[in-house]
Structures are given as structure tokens and as C-alpha cells.
Design a protein around this ligand. Structure first.
Ligand SMILES: Cc1ncc(COP(=O)(O)O)c(C=O)c1O
Length: 356
């Protein structure tokens, strides 16, 4: 991304559409090469335009976390949605019934209780579910093997419900420190699910793949679908994990230096309200300026460090690559598209704030 951006006021979320296209095509090629379906998680961008671009590049469907996100994406024409979140309560069941009228919707879950609720929306066709498995993150799901096989068996007996597959999210891959450790997490993600599917009698879909693990996991026999989300933009965490570079980081916060209170300190007009409060501020990347770094963020201020003899001037604009880009998209109504280094129109972050 090169200047000029003079027309864009800061702080702003900037999305380089050339980089997005390259990222989208690269992951689509990974999935195609290994013969697995790609179902990107749209929580990263929350932008119907980018979901549509992912589908046009070959994605089989999309993944959403919240029903509200799925509704926005269905409005934009997304016809095949995996809701990777357990749904509970009559208001949501009512909305799920309506959503099923206009899209193929499958839901992940990890309990018989949620399955019994979902069975009530079945109507003419059973609701298809993915049983979530805990392959190490410790969030949702039972451990692989017998505990999950028993759960899947019990869910299969629930009227109106059909178990379509097993699903896991290897979010613990974010905590790995070597590429070898990352590869092991990715392989375990698949092999745990494939072995568990064997105990369930086989024939189940196997849905895996965060951005750090997706490229490895796609190559492991037995996987049927990968669900990376962050790859569309990448972020400082992906750079640290070695699965992205500054050149593939497509979403950045454009910020202006508003103060130089000390020779080794600068302040930009972007704090946690723009960069989110995820991760260590020191890990935020100041693109193209390796001599600069961030020290801490308050809500409206980003405080950075610089060499005493070479800091940025007041009024200079910097591009900051956030630690975790998904909550950053959630903070903006619009992103500024950039193509070939020039502003290329706004993108609506239409599914931001859809917490229900
Ligand atoms: C269930 C699920 N699937 C897929 C993803 C995508 O992972 P990533 O953002 O690492 O690409 C997430 C991210 O949080 C997730 O929660």
C-alpha cells in the first residue's frame, strides 16, 4: 500500500483489495489442489462483498459464528452457511426457521440439549449438525474418540436431527512457537476427527482448519472441508506464526502521528477503539517501518517508540497491522478499499456488531 491516501481521514480501516484477491485465490488453490471444500469463516471481514468474492473464487459456502452474521450474508445471496456456534432459545430458533427458508443452514453443537432444541425447527427436512470436538483448544466439544462418538450417537437419535459431520477449531495453534509444532497441531486436528468418525461408523464430513493450520490440514487424508477466516486479511499474529508476511497483510489501520512528546516516543490517533485490545501492543507491526513499534494503547491513543534520531514527524501517516484482525473489523462501519495504492471505494462492514 503506497501513498497517496490524502483523501482518507484517519484513523481508518484500510483494505488492500489486490492483496485480498491474492489471499483469497491462494487459499482457494490450496483447497482445490487437495480436493477439499473451502468454507471461509466470515467473522474476519464481516463484509458481504468479500464473502461474495470468496464464493466467486471457489468457496463451497461460508462459516458464520452468529445467526445475525448469517442473516446479513444470506441477504447478500450466500446460500450455503455453516453456523459454527451452538444455538439456544426460542427467539433464535424462530430466526433459524426463517433463515432455512432462504439458505442451506447447518449448525455445530456439542450437546444433546442443543440438538433437542434444533430438532424442533426440522420441519420437512431434518436439521444437519456438526458435532464439535475439542482437539486441544479447550473451548467447545468433548475430547476425540469415545466421548465424542458416544455424544454423536446420542445426537443422532434426537428426532429431527441428522449428524452430517465432525468439526473442530484448532485455536490453540495460535499458541505454537515453531513451525513443527504448528504442523503437529494441524495433523492432530484431522487425525483425531478421522479416528473419531471411524468409531461413529464412518461417512461423516470432517471440517477443520484455522488460518495457521489450514494449509497443512488440507493435505491430511480424510479431511473434507477447511474453514480458515483470518487468511483473507492476515494480521501480526499470522506474521509471527510464519503463515503471512507484511506483503500479505491486507487490512491495516491508517493512523496519523499527532504528538512527539519525547525524542523516543510518538503518539498516533488510533488506540484500542481501532486496533482492539487483543494481544501485546509490542507485537503490532508498523508496516514498512521496522525501526518503529508500539508501546501501549489507551482507548484513543497509540503510544509508540522510535529511535531518538529517527522518529516520525507530527502529521506523518503510519499503517499499523493489528495483532488480531477479526475484532478490528468489528470496530468500523466501513473500510476503505484500496487498489493499486489508490482509494477504491468503501466496503460496508454490514455484519459488525451482530452479537446475536
Ligand atoms: C469455529 C471456527 N472456525 C474457523 C475459524 C477461523 O480461524 P482463523 O481465524 O484462524 O482463520 C474460527 C476463528 O475463530 C472459528 O472460531
Amino acid at each position: 500500500m503506497t501513498v497517496p491516501y490524502e483523501t482518507i481521514d484517519t484513523p481508518a480501516l484500510i483494505v488492500d483489495l489486490d492483496r485480498v484477491r491474492a489471499n483469497v485465490e491462494e487459499m482457494a488453490a490450496v483447497a482445490a489442489r487437495h480436493g477439499v471444500a473451502l468454507r471461509p469463516h466470515v467473522k474476519t471481514h464481516k463484509m458481504p462483498e468479500l464473502a461474495t468474492a470468496q464464493l466467486a473464487a471457489g468457496a463451497a459456502g461460508i462459516t458464520c459464528a452468529k445467526l445475525g452474521e448469517a442473516e446479513v450474508m444470506a441477504d447478500a445471496g450466500c446460500a450455503d452457511i455453516l453456523l459454527a456456534y451452538p444455538l439456544w432459545g426460542e427467539p433464535k430458533l424462530e430466526r433459524l426457521r426463517a433463515l432455512r427458508e432462504r439458505a442451506r443452514v447447518r449448525v455445530s453443537l456439542d450437546s444433546v440439549e442443543v440438538a433437542e432444541q434444533l430438532g424442533r425447527v426440522a420441519g420437512r427436512a431434518p436439521i444437519e449438525v456438526f458435532v464439535e470436538v475439542d482437539t486441544g483448544l479447550g473451548r467447545l466439544g468433548r475430547p476425540p474418540g469415545r466421548p465424542t462418538a458416544e455424544l454423536a450417537g446420542a445426537i443422532e437419535k434426537v428426532p429431527g436431527v441428522r449428524v452430517a459431520g465432525l468439526l473442530t477449531h484448532a485455536g490453540h495453534a495460535y499458541r505454537t512457537t515453531t513451525s513443527e509444532e504448528l504442523r503437529r497441531v494441524a495433523e492432530r486436528e484431522v487425525t483425531d476427527l478421522v479416528e473419531t468418525a471411524g468409531l461413529c461408523g464412518g461417512g461423516l464430513e470432517i471440517s477443520v482448519g484455522s488460518t495457521p493450520t489450514a494449509r497443512h490440514a488440507a493435505a491430511v487424508p480424510g479431511v473434507t472441508e477447511i474453514r480458515p477466516g483470518t487468511y483473507v486479511f492476515n494480521d501480526a499474529t499470522m506474521i509471527r506464526l510464519g503463515v503471512a508476511t507484511e506483503a500479505t497483510a491486507a487490512a491495516r489501520i491508517l493512523a496519523t502521528v499527532v504528538a512527539r512528546p519525547a525524542s523516543d516516543r510518538f503518539v498516533v490517533d488510533a488506540g484500542t477503539k481501532c486496533l482492539a485490545a487483543d494481544g501485546r501492543p509490542e507485537d503490532i507491526v508498523v508496516a514498512g517501518r521496522p525501526e518503529l513499534g508500539m508501546r501501549f494503547l489507551s482507548e484513543e491513543h497509540g503510544v509508540g517508540r522510535c529511535p531518538a534520531d529517527g522518529g516520525p514527524e507530527i502529521g506523518e501517516r503510519l499503517e499499523l497491522i493489528p495483532n488480531h484482525v477479526c475484532p478490528v473489523s468489528n470496530l468500523f462501519d466501513h473500510a476503505h478499499g484500496v487498489r493499486g495504492g489508490a482509494p477504491a471505494g468503501e466496503l460496508a462492514v454490514a455484519a459488525r456488531g451482530r452479537v446475536r
